[in-house]
Design a binder for this molecule. Structure first.
Ligand code: HSE
Length: 449
């Protein structure tokens, strides 16, 4: 038994300062729960002179992460620097040095998780990554432990706080995309490279982690179909609202017939659904299990303190293992490594969904019937149509035509749109947004459970 557990923190940024603040503020509480103090012994950052809003003793600061990795007194290396290299190198070095690791680095785990967890298995060390998905929501532990007896058919939800914050502000306040993005950066929600947030990349990283845990299979990031919110316009948000929907960036993973469906894209959901009411920086993730039915996890998905809270929970978990002389009691990736299999990931063209389609077309007789004719020939049934009235006397910009389809095959939709987009009466490529609705069992209709 140790008289305290010592942590070496690499990366003293937004989340790092949250962790330091929680460990200081909740010192007594944590000691009562763990039995011994949990302390930050050393901190490495490229910039140790910048003034942070939490004070630490200057002698624990260094610019050299190797001093932490090689320090025999440090039990756990906490990697919060983000990015792929040198974070991967530091984590692997820490593991080979028999240090346990905690990380919030979803991009790294999505790209190199298999290598990192293989090494951790060989060296018999724990790797905690609760903060990598859902900010303060304990979704990783829920899947690995709370649902360890569940056959999970679907995991889906809102997993990027920045995008959700932007969509909420655009929809509720009519604010400009770039203006809200800047605010999300100031609030510490966005990634160092915010294109990861708005292009759907960050959600895809998180989905890769969730699906890997749920299904016991590697989920290569490049096989996740990914669209972001960067092309969602105020016009489509307004049409969605007229039709009774909200647009949310959803990450969706399903398991059926021995295959995985994994996709990230803006999605229209009926405004009365709970996911449609998840606003601002909040995330919400559904787990659908055969025995448990549906469970929804809701909380702050980004920010210094919520994400710091998830990191501290990992530190305590590993510290408890150290004190109990055990480790890797729960398999890193929820399944025993030798039982993991490689399940195929379906391409986006293989999915079924209903669709919102928006066209800008010439205002002349026969256009509506030409478009509906092409859709019909591709087995796509139209559920409703809105045609925006002619504005002013000029029809040079065309008119807007919005269609909602019934359930259709994505391959058919893409083939139909490619045909329609070539037509001389179509002024710009059609906009497509997938629609998810629930059936009477409370399950998302497009989720085959
Ligand atoms: N940039 C991420 C988000 C941070 O906005 O959700 C939390 O992973």
């Amino acid at each position: 038994m140790k008289d305290r557990i010592r942590v070496g923190l690499i990366g003293f940024g937004t989340v790092g300062t949250g962790v330091v603040r929680i460990l200081s503020k909740e010192k007594d509480l944590i000691t009562r729960r763990l039995g011994v103090p949990l302390t930050i012994a050393q901190i490495a950052d490229r910039d140790i002179t910048r003034k942070r809003d939490i004070a630490v003793p200057p002698d624990i600061l260094t610019t050299d992460p190797q001093r932490l990795i090689q320090n025999p007194d440090i039990d756990i290396i906490l990697e919060l620097m983000g990015g792929i290299e040198p974070a991967r190198d530091f984590i692997l070095n820490a593991i080979y040095n028999k240090k346990h690791v905690v990380t919030a680095n979803k991009a790294l785990l999505a790209a190199h998780g298999e290598e990192i967890f293989d090494a951790a298995c060989k060296e018999n060390v724990d790797v905690g990554f609760e903060a990598s998905v859902g900010g303060g929501i304990p979704i990783i532990r829920a899947i690995k432990e709370g649902f360890s007896g569940e056959n999970i058919s679907a995991v889906f939800g809102i997993v990027n706080g920045t995008s959700n914050y932007i969509l909420t502000q655009m929809s509720e306040k009519g604010r400009e995309f770039l203006d809200v993005l800047k605010e999300a950066q100031t609030l510490g929600y966005a990634e160092a490279d915010p294109t990861l947030d708005v292009s759907g990349g960050d959600s895809a990283h998180k989905l890769a982690i969730l699906a890997t845990l749920a299904y016991g299979t590697p989920v290569p990031i490049e096989e996740i179909y990914t669209e972001g919110i960067d092309h969602v316009t105020p016009l489509d948000i307004t049409f969605a609202e007229t039709l009774g929907y909200k647009i949310k960036l959803l990450a969706i993973a399903k398991h059926f017939d021995g295959k995985i469906e994994a996709r990230v894209h803006p999605t229209m959901i009926p405004k009365e659904e709970m996911l449609a009411q998840v606003n601002g920086v909040f995330n919400a993730i559904y787990i659908i299990g055969e025995s448990v039915g549906e469970s929804l996890f809701y909380g702050r998905g980004a920010g210094s303190m919520p994400t710091g809270s998830a990191v501290v929970s990992d530190l305590i978990d590993i510290a408890r293992n150290i004190q109990n002389g055990t480790n890797t009691r729960v398999p890193h990736l929820a399944y025993l490594p030798k039982t993991r299999t490689r399940l195929p990931i379906c391409p986006i063209t293989a999915i079924d969904s209903s669709y919102y389609l928006r066209f800008r077309v010439g205002d002349r007789p026969g256009v509506l019937s030409e478009i509906s004719g092409v859709l019909g020939r591709h087995n796509i049934s139209i559920a409703s149509v809105i045609q925006e009235g002619r504005k002013g006397s000029s029809s040079g910009d065309g008119v807007l035509l919005v269609m909602m389809t019934h359930q259709a095959k994505e391959a058919d939709i893409q083939a139909a749109l490619s045909r329609i987009n070539q037509s001389p009466f179509v002024f710009e490529p059609a906009v497509l947004i997938r629609v998810e609705e629930k059936n009477n069992n409370g399950l998302t209709r497009n989720i085959r459970t």
